[in-house]
Design a binder for this molecule. Structure first.
Ligand SMILES: [Zn+2]
Length: 342
């Protein structure tokens, strides 16, 4: 019988190297396990050998139990130090064995977020603060503080989503102007307001129901249209990495006066005409203008003393122009191959 124990010891050493704690438990210590059976056989051992046999068997059992404990705690330690990728598209973090293409599934920044960082960096170097917009707002910030009193016809320019509780999903980042004026005042106030916007409208290659906008405001004493033109031009030239010609043409927004459409020479064809500029040589890029006195008043500032300008540009559109994307909906439809190819 002692010889049998020696044989089992040899097999056990091999098994310890190959089996998990759970498998070892099952094979040796379960109800029908190898060691359990040997304990049952003690009564059949010759009385003179029974004591030594019992001691050896107990020793074996104790060693095995310690080994199993050790194995299980190693597994737990491994589990707790495994790094996870929170940006992964599905449950690749749950088990390493499930990762069929580890390199392919590595997370990365979305192109919109990469470009947003580049833009924010440009403005930070120009001395602007940054205040992120919110994704649910109220009538006061969406309309009233921006010189759209109740019943104002220009409210119809914005197809907005409303909740049952009368909150609105921002249709532009101008919802943050009042907050920025109050938070960063008294002037000089230089703030960039990036955020997500939502519009209840049909989508096509250049319109999405959800998009990012980057708003900017600049308020101080004696600020003019000239300051606005220079600031926006400088920013666009740095972002598009080329010299630009600009034009300003009339537009209408209730919260600025005068209001203009900022138009740039096409950065790709030198005004000769190409698909990006619809063969016109020019691109209408964004609305901007001098902040309306009523908006300054609502923000607690004296419009006799201060003036300023504001602009809002669609990040998706800007990224589409810079990276040559012909349909902005592709930025959000989750096609990972498209995003990687950008
Ligand atoms: Zn062009």
């Amino acid at each position: 019988m002692i010889t049998t124990l020696d044989n089992i010891k040899n097999t056990l050493i091999e098994d310890i190297n190959q089996l998990t704690g759970g498998q070892l438990k099952q094979k040796y210590l379960s109800k029908d396990g190898v060691l359990t059976k040997l304990f049952k056989d003690i009564k059949d051992i010759e009385a003179s050998q029974r004591k030594e046999y019992g001691e050896q068997l107990n020793g074996l059992k104790k060693d095995l139990e310690e080994t199993i404990l050790q194995k299980e705690s190693n597994i737990n330690n491994e589990k707790s130090t495994v790094s996870i990728d929170p940006s992964a598209p599905f449950d690749v973090n749950s088990s390493k064995d499930k990762r069929p293409h580890i390199i392919d599934l590595k997370g990365s920044s979305h192109p919109l977020m990469e470009e947003l960082e580049i833009i924010l960096d440009i403005f930070q170097r120009m001395g602007f603060d940054i205040l992120e917009s919110r994704q649910l707002d109220d009538d006061f910030h969406m309309f009233e503080s921006l010189n759209f009193p109740k019943g104002h016809p220009a409210r119809d320019m914005y197809d907005t989503f409303w909740t049952d509780e009368n909150f609105v999903l921002p249709a532009h980042t101008s919802t943050m102007q009042n907050r920025a004026l109050r938070r960063f005042g008294p002037p000089p106030i230089r703030v960039i307001l990036p955020g997500r916007c939502f519009r209840n409208e049909a989508t096509d290659a250049s319109h999405e129901h959800t998009f990012y906008q980057i708003e900017g405001i600049y308020v101080d004493e004696a600020i003019s249209m000239g300051n606005m033109q220079a600031t926006i031009k400088e920013y666009l030239e740095q972002y598009l990495e080329t010299d630009l010609e600009i034009k300003m043409q009339p537009a209408y927004f209730p919260f600025t006066e005068p209001d203009v459409e900022f138009v740039i020479s096409c950065p790709f064809c030198n005004k000769k005409g190409c698909s990006t500029c619809a063969n016109s040589g020019w691109i209408e890029l964004m609305g901007c203008g001098m902040i309306h006195p009523n908006v300054l008043l609502a923000g607690g500032l004296d419009p006799q003393k201060y003036s300023g300008f504001a602009w809002g540009v669609g990040l998706d559109r800007l990224v589409a122009i810079k990276r040559g994307i012909n349909d902005i909906r592709k930025l959000r439809d989750g096609d990972i191959n498209f995003l990687r190819a950008l």
